[in-house]
Design a binder for this molecule. Sequence first.
Ligand code: FAD
Length: 254
Amino acid sequence: AILATVLRGGPAKIYRADLEQAIDKLLHIELPKADLIQGSNLTALRDIIAVLRHLNPLNNNGQELLTNLHGFLLPINRLTGSEFADLVKSTEKKLEGNVFKAKRYVGCIASRPFLRGFTCSLWTLFHYLTVAAAKPPYYLQAGSVLSAIHGFAKHFFGCRDCADHFLALAERKHIDRVTDHDAEILWLWEAHNEVNKRLAGDTTEDPKFPKIQFPSKKYCPACSNENSHWNRTEVLKYLKIIYDNKNLSPYGLP
Ligand code: FAD
């Protein structure tokens, strides 16, 4: 029933549940997989937590959790992945009430097992973060979100194939040369479309959610012309609308 509703709602809705699931799985599963966190992967961990601390869509408890994690990581020189997992759990225990309410994916729900889910929620979170970073009061320098995503891919992303492809793409498309917030949003949009193109028709594609060059003409007619050339100004406007905090659909159904 949820799948049918999501399909009817189209791709223009972003669900709070998916963003929560992405952060939940990052903190509890993906980041703790590292054996030893020190040096460059500690920097990468600090960067992800710093970005999430400023731009997360969580409730007050979530904000407190991320602020505490951020403070804890600043002075230390090393920790293990399982120590990080323990830290997350013990910090959560001290809070009154739950941080994570979402129990399943909504916009990222798959039509059959082993598809979509976590990686879909990660992309959703990453786009959300680039859009949030572009809004005053500009908590973070332009390029910080991409830099944190790059560090995550390099040091933590469990899908090593995904990470290797992404790192190669990042180098080819000069991820480190992005110097303004709008360009940061568009860089990620374009990178994601490259990934979509490469994976279209792949066995990992959910037939109910075909890989398209996003956004489709149906949902943003002004985003491309009749020759399928992008109008980047319109694409930027569209991304800023759909990935805006105000556009988030609440838990569960739209
Ligand atoms: P996803 O591609 O996960 O997209 C999620 C949602 O984002 C879509 O439903 C849509 O609403 C929106 N969206 C789609 N395109 C755009 C865009 N251009 N801009 C803004 N929003 C958009 N899988 C592999 O098999 N091989 C890989 O090499 C690989 N590399 C990856 C690299 C990264 C960094 C990530 C996060 C994932 C990678 N994956 C890879 C997983 C893959 O990209 C998809 O996440 C997975 O196949 C599920 O696809 P999906 O249909 O749920 O849509």
